[in-house]
Design a protein around this ligand. Structure first.
Ligand SMILES: *Cc1c(COP(=O)(O)O)cnc(C)c1O
Length: 471
């Protein structure tokens, strides 16, 4: 038996002795993932080396602090792990400084926001809030707090244009820390309107301009955004959570590579970058001291086992094969977009330059919610997403977001993407919305069965985790 199979088999055998339901769920997840045509743009499949690096006693260690300056004794091995991870991250992205402790993308953004605030804002002392819990503050009190901090402002991409909750929206802490204004896309092109962005920035004078997105299908000109930030004295942050793999794989270079243009860059490590679930921050020496205060500002003990897996993932991404992978992600995404467009499916911005395609399902008379579920019934896993000026709001939406990082990891190519476009079009065209409902619909079960079988057949030639046989 090969090393991967015996490693995972043994691990499950050990887990099973304590709680078989957990061992079963872990094993079942592999079966489910293998059978699923996964087009979720934010998901991927990490390598066995990445996965195995996480399952060990590095998890037992507390190591609050930074490399060589820990609040706990005996951190020499965590120091090694974190040093190697940051070295690979710096080399991979050409960044001067890397901080790999954030447990997720949201944590990375919080670390960055507090670093920027600490760098630029005088902190007032407010007796009134001394013994208060943040969760108890009402909107007026939050407003008072923000005012005391000088009503610091953030300019981020609007949610319906593809921005992220953490870019200053009220339900997220970023929207409570900052006064937010959004930039969006030109309705005619579906692409960022940089002139409008500049005009908003000049009027609003934000402390921070955030670039980056979760659901925008195009390249972003980070050079232009930096120029705008410089014109208004803003710190320019890029959240490359979604497209870090395309930066690492040198698909996004020059004006489209955020690293040389942004003051600070945040990312997740588990999306197109194909590492473990986690986050990271990259910056220059100006902000690195503040970033290092991520713990204790917003983080506790780092996850040493996950930092080990990040080191493996960054090392993998430095190999030439990762650049090939990143190029294929985009080739696949473009083949999918072309296949859909050729069949008359409407796409936001008309196509894609990156790993994702945003389908406007409105012309089918469907909401995103109906389309998402109808596709799922047919074995195609996507997620609903708002589109620019979405008439159905953020819950029902009018869009479906599809992405290619995961299927590209399995080895599917442009031919298969065209077949998938056919399946998606078939399902959308055959789904009938129920009268007066944004959620209900009818779809002939024979048709969803047939599409499901075709989806399974497509995957059969591209086994997931081919080296892993659980027996
Ligand atoms: C996914 C995402 C995040 C959050 O990542 P988590 O690891 O889920 O916290 C942050 N920003 C953007 C742009 C994202 O797409």
């Amino acid at each position: 038996m090969n090393a991967e199979s015996s490693a995972f088999r043994s691990a499950l055998e050990v887990v099973r002795t304590i709680e078989p339901r957990i061992a079963d769920a872990i094993a079942k997840e592999l079966t489910d993932q293998r059978e699923s045509l996964k087009l979720i743009a934010s998901e991927n499949y990490a390598s066995p080396a990445v996965l195995l690096a996480m399952g060990n006693w590095l998890s037992d260690k507390y190591a609050e602090g930074t490399i060589g300056r820990r609040f706990y004794a005996g951190c020499q091995n965590v120091d090694t792990v974190e040093s190697v991870a940051t070295e690979h991250a710096r080399e991979l992205f050409g960044a001067q400084y890397a901080y790999v402790q954030p447990h997720s993308g949201i944590d990375a953004n919080l670390v960055a926001y507090w670093a920027i605030l600490a760098d630029r804002v005088e902190v007032p002392y407010l007796k009134k809030f001394e013994k208060r819990q943040v969760n108890d503050l009402n909107d007026a009190e939050w407003a008072e707090l923000r005012a005391a901090f000088g009503n610091q402002r953030m300019l981020g991409m609007s949610l319906d244009a593809g921005g992220h909750l953490t870019h200053g929206f009220r339900p997220n802490i970023s929207g409570k820390m900052f006064d937010q204004r959004s930039y969006g896309v030109d309705p005619a092109t579906g692409q960022i309107d940089y002139d409008a962005l500049r005009a908003t920035a000049k009027e609003f004078k934000p402390l921070v301009i955030v670039g980056g997105y979760s659901a925008y299908p195009r390249k972003v000109n980070f050079r232009t955004m930096r120029e705008i930030a410089d014109e208004v004295g803003a710190t320019f942050m890029v959240d490359m959570a979604h497209f870090a793999g395309l930066v690492a794989g040198k698909v996004f270079t020059g004006d489209f590579d955020p690293i040389p243009h942004a003051h600070i860059v945040t990312t997740t490590t588990h999306k197109s970058l194909r590492g473990p679930r986690g986050g990271a921050v990259l910056c220059g020496p100006e902000l690195s001291d503040q970033v290092d205060r991520g713990c204790p500002m917003v983080l506790g003990g780092p996850l040493a086992h996950v930092m080990a897996a990040k080191a493996i993932a960054f090392a993998e991404a430095r190999q030439p094969s990762f650049a090939t992978y990143a190029q294929q992600i985009v080739a696949n995404s473009q083949a999918l977009a072309e296949g859909l467009a050729r069949r008359g499916v409407q796409l936001v911005s008309g196509g894609t330059d990156n790993h994702l395609v945003l389908i406007d399902v409105h012309p089918f008379g469907l909401t995103g919610r109906q389309a998402e579920q109808a596709l799922l019934d047919s074995g195609i896993v996507t997620n609903r997403n708002a589109i620019p000026q979405d008439p159905n709001g953020a819950w029902y939406t009018s869009g479906i977001r599809v992405g290619t990082p995961a299927l590209t990891s399995r080895g599917l190519g442009t031919t298969e993407m065209d077949q998938i476009a056919e399946l998606i079009h078939t399902v959308l065209a055959q789904t009938t919305p129920a009268e007066g409902s944004k959620a209900k619909y009818t779809l002939d079960p024979a048709l969803s069965d047939r599409v499901s079988k075709q989806a399974t057949e497509l995957l059969a030639d591209y086994p997931l985790y081919p080296s892993v046989d659980l027996g």
